[in-house]
Design a protein around this ligand. Structure first.
Ligand code: IMP
Length: 457
């Protein structure tokens, strides 16, 4: 890679006014806002990049020059040579997946060694979790009166469920005492086989008994390779703080998918808003001073769930194609729609956003009109400052739009915010006005050098 391919605009970081404090990058919508790009750029200015939630359901894309890296479990800071990358206790880890990711990165010249640490308290996603995930959604799709979630099938929900159940859970630290794990795996697999066989019957799916010996044998091999990375990452983070090092937390998934505060039950199984940072990393409450909220200037959503500003028409398809809105993790086409400022405002308050970075502006180029959802009409009332807690109510909400003139030209090569077409700036500035918090950056593409700094007004 040449230096110009990897360069970032020098004032991009200064524009965030982070004042050298611990910070977090959080998705404010339904995921896929482009967090990886921002973490990658910021990572170079922090000593530690930490993930605190989610698992391989997340897909963070980092583009460096002409190379594209899709990360699922490893923090995006791995591209920054000097950053320590921490996978915190709140993450659920599929050992096969993280090893695949490590191998892929090493093959492409990214060094992985002491720069990657994995919490000994993080939970392990095992093959039966993935089987359960898929069967459960199939069973819900078949049963009367219930709906599937449309999960990623990565075993996320079942693994977090086992974490809560405790007796059928496995933590990464147990891989360091692998011989003690053999009988436990046999016991758990026997229970899972009974449950999964019954579940498969309810949705007429074939079921092949899982082989505990094979699962344990794989785990034993994986444990040998992962052992050097597994440690008490809470202590690591505390020591880093004591040494004056700066920490950047990378949220996976996004605030509207938060298990407590998102569009339940159409959410993921972790606290992916900034509220999950402390429980999922071991950092003391209140450590993080800057919350950078990532907002895509339209909306996308994968899987089921309410989406008032969804576009089920040609414009939605145009956005999908122009934005390449196909899942990084599953390849599924994403649902697309206009930016929903009601949910963005709600999610920003929850995550305590101090500054916004916006992505996706270039995707809107060529649209004649751009719409912005500024409120909902529900049961004869106008809602603009909160979100119905009930997913069914939210699904019935009718969007209230403001309309903006579109901009025709591609904007990917604009060098400064001022170079953007006036229509594009008018849209961004109205979004900022309605959010009441500064938009510090606008991305006009996914490369490191396509981040424009917005004026502070
Ligand atoms: P799960 O996390 O695989 O259980 O999926 C639950 C819901 O969250 C599904 O609708 C997924 O499509 C969605 N989801 C989970 N993680 C992400 C993400 O990182 N981006 C977008 N959607 C996600």
């Amino acid at each position: 890679m040449t230096s110009s391919q990897t360069s970032t605009k020098p004032d991009a970081l200064a524009s965030l006014n982070l004042q050298g404090q611990h910070s977090a990058v959080i998705g404010i919508q339904y995921g896929d806002e482009g967090k990886g790009q921002i973490v990658d750029v910021l990572g170079a200015h922090f000593d530690v990049v930490a993930r605190y939630n989610g698992g391989a359901n997340a897909g963070h894309t980092v583009i460096i020059g002409d190379q594209k890296f899709a990360l699922h479990l490893i923090p995006s800071g791995i591209m920054c040579p000097d950053a320590l990358n921490v996978v915190g206790n709140g993450v659920v880890i599929d050992p096969a997946q993280i090893l695949k990711e490590i191998d892929g990165l090493v093959e492409r010249g990214i060094a992985i060694g002491e720069n990657l640490k994995i919490s000994n308290r993080a939970h392990v996603v095992l093959p039966y979790h993935k089987v359960q995930d898929v069967l459960y959604d199939q069973a819900m799709a078949k049963a009367k009166g219930s709906e599937p979630i449309g999960t990623t099938g990565r075993g996320i929900g079942p693994c977090y469920a086992d974490k809560a159940l405790r007796t059928t859970a496995v933590r990464m630290g147990e891989l360091l005492r692998i011989d003690e794990l053999e009988t436990k795996i046999q016991r758990i697999v026997s229970i899972k086989n009974t449950i999964l066989e019954a579940l498969a019957k309810t949705c007429d799916q074939p079921f092949e008994q899982l082989d505990a010996n094979a699962i344990f044998a794989d785990l034993k091999d994986q444990a040998i390779r992962l052992a050097p990375h597994i440690t008490d990452t809470s202590v690591l983070l505390h020591d880093a703080m004591d040494d004056g090092k700066k920490i950047l937390c990378e949220g996976a998934n996004a605030t509207m998918l938060d298990i407590d505060h998102g569009t339940y039950p159409f959410v993921t199984s972790s606290n992916c808003s900034s509220l999950g940072i402390y429980a999922g990393s071991g950092l003391p409450g209140g450590t993080i001073k800057n919350i950078i909220g990532i907002v895509k200037l339209y909306t996308s959503r994968v899987g089921e769930g309410p989406f008032p500003s969804e576009l089920l028409n040609e414009t939605g398809e145009t956005i999908r194609q122009q934005g390449n809105e196909f899942g990084t993790t599953t390849g599924r086409p994403r649902r697309t729609g206009w930016l929903d400022l009601v949910s963005v405002r709600y999610a920003s308050k929850l995550s305590g956003v101090t500054t916004f970075a916006c992505t996706g502006l270039a995707v809107l180029a060529g649209l004649k009109t751009i719409k912005l959802c500024v409120g909902y009409r529900l049961d004869g009332k106008v809602i603009d400052n909160t979100l119905p807690a009930n997913a069914g109510d939210l699904a019935r909400a009718e969007p209230i739009y403001e309309e903006f003139e579109g901009f025709a030209d591609p904007i990917g090569e604009c060098q400064r915010y001022e170079d953007l077409p006036p229509q594009a700036r008018a849209y961004v500035e109205r979004v900022q006005e309605l959010l009441g918090t500064r938009i510090a950056m606008v991305c006009v593409g996914r490369r490191r050098d396509q981040i424009l700094v917005c004026p502070n007004k």
